[in-house]
Write a new protein. Structure first.
Length: 390
C-alpha cells in the first residue's frame, strides 16, 4: 500500500499559465490518491481552481522572485504541516525552498522547471523534473536525478465531450489561442503574427481568430486587433481576456495555435494544432513532425512569422478531412503519452525516491554555495543588460 505523504506544492504564481495549472491538477490527483496536500502560492485567478478541486490554499508572498518573506512562510508551513515533500515549480520558489529546507533533514525537495530554458544556478543536489527530452539531456551532469515529465493533461476534464459554456459563436472557421499575452517566450509576438496571418486569410475565407488570455502586452495586441477588424469591416479577431474556464475556447475552435501545455490541451479536445514558438516559429503537428516536438517540447525557434503561419493555416482551412484526421490522431497521442493519471503515478515514485535517497551531509551545502555564486552572476548579468538597454 502506498505511503500517505504530506506534500506542499509551490507554484510560482496563480496567474493563468501552463506550469501553474499542471501543478494544481497534479496536486488534486495526489490528494485523490490519499495524500495530504497543501498549495502554497500567492493569490491569483487560479485560486478558484485550487478551491474547486478541494485543495487547501495557504497564501504566500510573491513567488516570482527570491523573497525572504516567502522563505519564512514556507518554513512555518513545513513545520506546522510536518511535510515530507515540498514540490516547487520554476526557479524562484525552487531556489528559495532549497535555501530554507537545507537545515531541515526530514523534509525533501523536488523541483519542476517547465520553461524552455534551464537556469544554471539551480542546486544540483535536488531532484529535478523537466518537461522536454532536450532539457533532460542538457541536465545530465547534475548530481541528483533528472526526470522527464511532459506537461500532463487531464483527458477527462479536457475532452471533446466536455461542454463548458460557450463565450462566442461564429458560423465560419474559428482559430483559437489560449495563452498569456506576455513577452516571455515571444508569446505576444506570436499573437501579433496570428492576427496578421488571419487578417490576410480573411480576404478569401470566413475565418475568425479568438484569443483567450491577458497580460502586460495586451495593449499592443488590442491595437492590432482593432485595426484588423476595422480594415476588414467585420470582426475577424475577438479578444476574450482571461476565461475562468478556457476549455470553451478549445472546444469551439476548428484549429488551435499554441505551445507547451496549451498545445497539448488543444490536442485533448481533438483539434488540429499549429505549434507556436519564438522568432516566428510555426509548424503544424503531424505524425511526421511529432518526433521533433517530443524532443524539444511543443515549441520551436526560428521561422517566417505571419507569412509562415498563413501558409500553415491556409492548408488546414482548405481541407476539412485533414483537420478531422489530425484532430482524431492528436487526441490519441495525448491519451497515450500525456495523461494526468499516468503522470501522478510517476510523480509518487519520484517523491518516494527523493525520500529514500541518502546524501552526504556536505553535498547540500556545497551545492548551495555554487548555486548562490551562479545566481549572483545571473543577477549581475541581468543588471548589466538592463543598463545597456536603457
Amino acid at each position: 500500500m502506498m505511503k500517505r505523504m504530506r506534500v506542499i506544492v509551490c507554484p510560482h504564481e496563480l496567474a493563468m499559465g501552463g506550469s501553474q495549472i499542471n501543478a494544481i491538477e497534479l496536486a488534486a490527483k495526489l490528494k485523490a490518491r490519499g495524500h495530504d496536500v497543501i498549495v502554497y502560492a500567492p493569490p491569483g485567478p487560479l485560486g478558484k481552481l485550487v478551491t474547486e478541486l478541494g485543495l487547501e490554499h495557504v497564501a504566500s508572498p510573491d513567488g516570482t522572485r527570491m523573497s525572504l518573506a516567502w522563505m519564512q512562510g514556507l518554513g512555518r508551513l513545513v513545520k506546522d504541516h510536518g511535510a515530507d515533500i515540498v514540490h516547487t515549480y520554476e526557479w524562484a520558489p525552487s531556489l528559495g525552498a532549497a535555501w530554507r529546507l537545507l537545515p531541515i533533514a526530514k523534509t525533501h525537495l523536488v523541483m519542476t522547471v517547465l520553461s524552455m530554458d534551464l537556469p544554471d544556478f539551480l542546486p544540483t543536489h535536488v531532484p529535478l523534473i523537466v518537461g522536454t527530452e532536450a532539457l533532460r539531456r542538457h541536465a545530465t551532469r547534475r548530481r541528483a536525478p533528472v526526470h522527464l515529465m511532459e506537461p500532463p493533461i487531464d483527458t477527462d476534464l479536457n475532452s471533446p465531450g466536455s461542454m463548458p459554456p460557450m463565450p462566442f459563436n461564429h458560423a465560419g472557421l474559428v482559430v483559437s489561442m489560449v495563452c498569456r499575452i506576455t513577452d516571455e517566450l515571444d508569446k505576444a509576438d506570436g499573437v501579433l503574427q496570428a492576427i496578421e496571418a488571419v487578417a490576410g486569410l480573411a480576404v478569401e475565407h470566413d475565418i475568425r481568430l479568438v484569443i483567450a488570455g491577458d497580460g502586460e502586452a495586451m495593449g499592443k495586441v488590442r491595437i492590432l486587433a482593432d485595426d484588423a477588424n476595422g480594415q476588414s469591416n467585420r470582426e475577424i479577431v475577438r479578444l476574450l481576456g482571461t476565461l475562468p474556464d478556457p476549455r470553451a475556447a478549445y472546444h469551439q475552435s476548428d484549429i488551435c495555435l499554441g505551445m507547451g501545455s496549451s498545445a497539448l490541451k488543444a490536442l485533448a479536445f481533438g483539434k488540429p494544432l499549429i505549434v507556436q514558438g519564438a522568432s516566428g516559429y510555426w509548424k503544424t503537428l503531424t505524425p511526421e513532425t511529432l518526433p521533433e516536438f517530443e524532443l524539444q517540447g511543443f515549441y520551436g525557434r526560428g521561422g517566417s512569422g505571419a507569412a509562415g503561419l498563413g501558409q500553415e493555416l491556409g492548408r488546414l482551412c482548405l481541407d476539412d478531412e485533414l483537420r478531422q484526421r489530425l484532430g482524431t490522431w492528436g487526441r490519441e497521442v495525448v491519451e497515450e503519452k500525456y495523461s494526468l493519471s499516468s503522470a501522478v503515478v510517476a510523480l509518487e515514485k519520484i517523491y518516494l525516491e527523493a525520500m529514500a535517497a541518502r546524501t552526504n551531509r556536505f553535498i547540500g551545502p556545497a551545492s548551495m554555495t555554487k548555486s548562490a555564486y551562479d545566481f549572483g552572476k545571473f543577477i549581475m548579468a541581468r543588471r548589466i543588460r538592463a543598463g545597456v538597454a536603457s
